[in-house]
Design a protein around this ligand. Structure first.
Ligand SMILES: Nc1ncnc2c1ncn2[C@@H]1O[C@H](COP(=O)(O)OP(=O)(O)OP(=O)(O)O)[C@@H](O)[C@H]1O
Ligand SMILES: [Mg+2]
Length: 457
C-alpha cells in the first residue's frame, strides 16, 4: 500500500482519481494547487508518489515539479505528470525535470494500476539496494531505465529472452549493448549455461577463425596444443559476438555457414562439432550502410537481425539520466565503502541538458570522477565543470568576438569550431562526425577542405 498525493484543480477529475487510487488499495492526499501541495508536503513523511496536473491556478505543473526537485526530502519521489494536452515541449520539459511518467487525460483505471505497479516496483528496489550497500557490490548486470524508450528495450528484451532466436543489438558507443547481452542471457532459459563474449574488433583477423572455431595441435605455426573454440565453450549457453561489424568479409562467410549448420570444424582437424548456442551480436556500426558499401554480407545481416534491439542514445532518453546517475553514485559509494554523494539541483539541471556523446559510459565515468574529486557530500554544478567545458561550452557560448566579425567570417569560424568539436567527440571518425552534424560525409569533406581543416598528414 502506498500513499499518493494528487494535485489537480479540476474537482471532478481529482475525485475520480482519488477514488480509483483508493480502490486499488492505496491511501491518498489531495491538493488543488501547487502552493497548496507544497504546504502539505511540509509535513513528513513524503508521499510515495505524486500525480501532478500540468495546468494549475498559480504556478503550473512544471514550476511545481521544479520546486519539488529543489527539496531534498522530495527529490526522489516519483512524479507523474498529467495533462489534457500533451505537447512535445511539456513532455520533454517534464522528463527533463525527472518526471517518472507523462500521461494524457483521460487516464483509465488500467493505466493507473499498471503505472502504480511499475512505480512501486522501482521504489521497492531502492531500499533493497541500500540494505546490501555494505556488502560487495553485486556483479549482476543491470539494465536500468525508466524512459519510454528503455522500457521498450526492456520489454523487447524480455520477449527475446523467452526464445532461442538470434538477437542483434545496435547503438552508439556506451549505450549498454554489452550489458544488454548479459541481461538477456541471465533472463533466458540458458542462464545456467555459459556466457561467452568475443570482441571481433580486438582479435587480429588471422586469429579470429581459430578463436571462434578452435584448432587442433599443430594446425598452424605456434599451435603447440589444441584449443576449443568459443563456439564450443558457449555450448548450452550464449555466444556474444561483440563488434560484429568489424569482422572481415572472409570470416563473415565462415560465420554464416556455422550459423546455418550449427556445427563448427576446428582448424587443422577432421572433427565436426555440433554446437547448441544462442547468438547475440552487437555493433555500433550501421550494418545496412556497410551492406550497401559491400563491406558486410547481406545474408549474414539477415541471419543476425532476427530480433533487432536498438539502444537509444542517452540524449534521446533524458528521463534516464538522473536515475542512472544516482545509481552510479550509490554503486561507487558502496564499492569504495565511502560516503554516498548526491546531486544538487543545479548539477541535476546541468546533467539533463548535456548531449552525452559517450552515453551511459560517459555518465558513469563522470559520476566516478566527480565523486572522487568533490570535497563534500553534495555534488554541485561546478563539480561537473570538466563536462561543461568539453561538451556544452563549444556549442552554447557564442564568443563575443564573433559578434564583431563580418557575417561570413563569423559563420566560417563557428563552422570550423563545430566541425572540430564533432571530430574530437568521435575520435576523428568522419562518418560518425558527419552523422552527428547532420550532413553527408562528402559534404563534411568539402567543408573541411574549404575551411582548411584537411588531414594534418
Ligand atoms: N541501462 C543501463 N543501466 C545500468 N548500467 C548501464 C546501462 N547502460 C550502460 N550501462 C553501463 O555503462 C557502461 C557501458 O555499457 P556497455 O559496455 O554495455 O556499452 P556498449 O554499448 O557495449 O559500448 P561500446 O559500443 O563502447 O562497446 C557499462 O559500465 C554498463 O554497465
Ligand atoms: Mg561494448
Amino acid at each position: 500500500m502506498a500513499n499518493i498525493l494528487i494535485i489537480d484543480d479540476d474537482d471532478a477529475f481529482r475525485d475520480v482519481l482519488v477514488e480509483t487510487v483508493q480502490d486499488l488499495g492505496h491511501t491518498t492526499l489531495a491538493a488543488r494547487s501547487g502552493e497548496d501541495a507544497l504546504e502539505r508536503l511540509r509535513e513528513p513523511p513524503p508521499p510515495d508518489c505524486i500525480f501532478l496536473d500540468f495546468r494549475l491556478p498559480g504556478a503550473d505543473g512544471l514550476a511545481v515539479l521544479e520546486s519539488l526537485r529543489g527539496l531534498t526530502s522530495l527529490q526522489s519521489v516519483p512524479v507523474v505528470m498529467l495533462t489534457a494536452h500533451a505537447t512535445s515541449e511539456n513532455t520533454i520539459g517534464a522528463m527533463r525535470l525527472g518526471a517518472f511518467e507523462h500521461l494524457t487525460k483521460p487516464v483509465g483505471r488500467e493505466d493507473i494500476a499498471a503505472l502504480l505497479e511499475r512505480i512501486l516496483v522501482t521504489q521497492a528496489d531502492a531500499p533493497v539496494a541500500h540494505a546490501f550497500a555494505d556488502e560487495a557490490p553485486s556483479r549482476e548486470p543491470h539494465l536500468l531505465g525508466v524512459s519510454e524508450a528503455m522500457r521498450d528495450v526492456q520489454k523487447r528484451l524480455g520477449r527475446a529472452a523467452g526464445t532461442n532466436s538470434t538477437v542483434l543489438i545496435t547503438g552508439e558507443t556506451g549505450t549498454g549493448k554489452e550489458v544488454t547481452a548479459r541481461v538477456l542471457h541471465r533472463a533466458s532459459a540458458r542462464a545456467a549455461g555459459p556466457f561467452v563474449a568475443v570482441n571481433c574488433a580486438a582479435i587480429p583477423d588471422e586469429l579470429l577463425e581459430s578463436e571462434l572455431f578452435g584448432h587442433g595441435k599443430g594446425a598452424f605455426t605456434g599451435a603447440h596444443t589444441g584449443r576449443r573454440g568459443r563456439f564450443e565453450e558457449a555450448h548450452g549457453g550464449t555466444l556474444f559476438l561483440d563488434e560484429v561489424g568489424d569482422m572481415p568479409l572472409a570470416m563473415q562467410a565462415k560465420l554464416l555457414r556455422v550459423l546455418q549448420e550449427r556445427q563448427v570444424a576446428p582448424l587443422g582437424t577432421n572433427r565436426v562439432v555440433k554446437v547448441d548456442v544462442r547468438i547475440v551480436a552487437a555493433t555500433h556500426r550501421d550494418l545496412r550502410q556497410m551492406v550497401s558499401a559491400g563491406t558486410f554480407r547481406q545474408d549474414l545481416l539477415y541471419r543476425l537481425n532476427v530480433i533487432p534491439l536498438h539502444m537509444p542514445p542517452l540524449r534521446e532518453r533524458v528521463a534516464d539520466i538522473l536515475p542512472l546517475a544516482e545509481h552510479f553514485l550509490s554503486t561507487i559509494a558502496s564499492s569504495r565503502d565511502a560516503v554516498r554523494k548526491h546531486l544538487s539541483t543545479d548539477a541535476q539541471r546541468l546533467l539533463v541538458t548535456l548531449a552525452w556523446p559517450g552515453n551511459v559510459r560517459e555518465l558513469a565515468n563522470a559520476m566516478e570522477r566527480a565523486s572522487a574529486l568533490a570535497p563534500g557530500p553534495l555534488l554541485s554544478r561546478d563539480d561537473f565543470a570538466f563536462l561543461f567545458d568539453t561538451t556544452v561550452a563549444a556549442a552554447d557560448a557564442i564568443p563575443p568576438s564573433l559578434a564583431e566579425l563580418p557575417l561570413n567570417e563569423a559563420v566560417a569560424r563557428l563552422e570550423r569550431a563545430l566541425i572540430a568539436r564533432a571530430l574530437a567527440l568521435t575520435d576523428g571518425n568522419r562518418a560518425e562526425a558527419a552523422r552527428r552534424l547532420g550532413i553527408s560525409r562528402q559534404s563534411l569533406y568539402t567543408r573541411m577542405a574549404n575551411l582548411g581543416l584537411s588531414d594534418p598528414a
